[in-house]
Design a binder for this molecule. Structure first.
Ligand code: MN9
Length: 291
């Protein structure tokens, strides 16, 4: 079941022109490159895509553009979460109309909503739009950390197909897996992919898959073939790269690396500050030989 959600999904970065507008040509190049590298599909408008710095219109434009570029070749998941429930529903409708396979949402954040309020938010979305929902658990950014019991309340309903688990709480991941052997559990921290897989994840959504998906597809395949030593060696290789990214800024570094590889990604949107030319040079020296 849910075969189309099992595998490696880049959380697409959003390329910008110098004037700050979205660079759709660069996005199409990135999408084609990643499809040729074998990704299972795309996660659009996620944290990595700077969704919370984009207008709702820009987010819809990205949802539509990625559907137009991919034309049914890969699985598409749209992250439609917004503190404004009306916007979340309207983004979900846009994903449905564009032919997406699923939607995903962060819980509503900022006002420290109760769990009943969070449930009200998710149910309003799945009642308005008939698309499978993947809960996006990302406590670092939302301040909401779902317990296994809370996730279970959702997953008992068929409309909730699983969780994108961006947390190092692998105890919780395992509890979700034990309670729901058939649902979709996707690992969120790329540096811990192998840990997630070994505790029951079916694949992963992540930012570094924008520029080095092949390493992770190999980890995923090695794990499934029982080649654990090889998988661990590859994870170690990837983690050296991720450590270099973390030293200066993960998304900034990813954009700089892709730009260096020939896809003009621009900088992150303000108030993010780009890394310096010196930091970029150091990053390239550290990372490019390891790719
Ligand atoms: O989507 C990303 N998580 C966040 C997943 O942005 C919070 C990850 O791919 C991280 O960027 C990556 C580096 O820490 O694992």
């Amino acid at each position: 079941m849910y075969e189309k959600f099992k595998g490696i999904f880049p959380a697409l970065l959003t390329p910008f022109h110098d004037d700050g507008s979205i660079n759709f040509d660069a996005l199409e190049t990135l999408v084609e490159r990643l499809i040729s590298q074998g990704v299972k599909g795309f996660y659009v408008d996620g944290s990595t895509g700077e969704a919370f710095l984009l207008s709702t219109e820009e987010r819809k434009a990205l949802i539509k553009a990625v559907a137009a570029f991919t034309k049914g070749r890969v699985t598409l998941i749209a992250q439609i979460g917004s503190v404004c429930l009306g916007d979340a529903i309207s983004l979900a409708q846009c994903a449905r109309d564009a032919g997406y396979d699923a939607i995903s949402s962060v819980p509503p954040f900022y006002y420290k909503f109760s769990f009943d309020e969070i449930k009200r938010y998710y149910y309003a979305i799945v009642e308005a739009v008939d698309l499978p929902m993947l809960i996006y658990n990302v406590p670092l950014y939302t301040g909401v950390s779902f317990s296994a019991e809370q996730i279970s309340e959702f997953l008992r309903d068929d409309r909730f197909i699983g969780v994108k688990h961006t947390s190092s709480d692998f105890f919780a991941l395992r509890q979700f897996r034990t309670a729901f052997p058939d649902k979709v559990m996707l690992n969120g921290y790329d540096e811990m992919l192998l840990a997630g897989l070994s505790l029951g994840a079916n694949g992963a959504i992540g930012s570094t898959y924008n520029f080095m998906p092949e390493k992770f597809i190999r980890i995923y395949n090695c794990f499934n073939e029982g080649k654990l030593e090889e998988a661990a060696r590859l994870q170690e290789e990837a983690d050296k790269i991720i450590a270099a990214l973390c030293r200066v800024g993960v998304m900034q570094s990813e954009k700089a690396i892709l730009t260096k590889l020939g896809i003009p990604m621009g900088a992150l949107r303000a108030p993010f500050i780009d890394i310096t030319p010196e930091q970029k040079e150091k990053l390239f020296t550290e990372v490019l030989p390891l790719l």
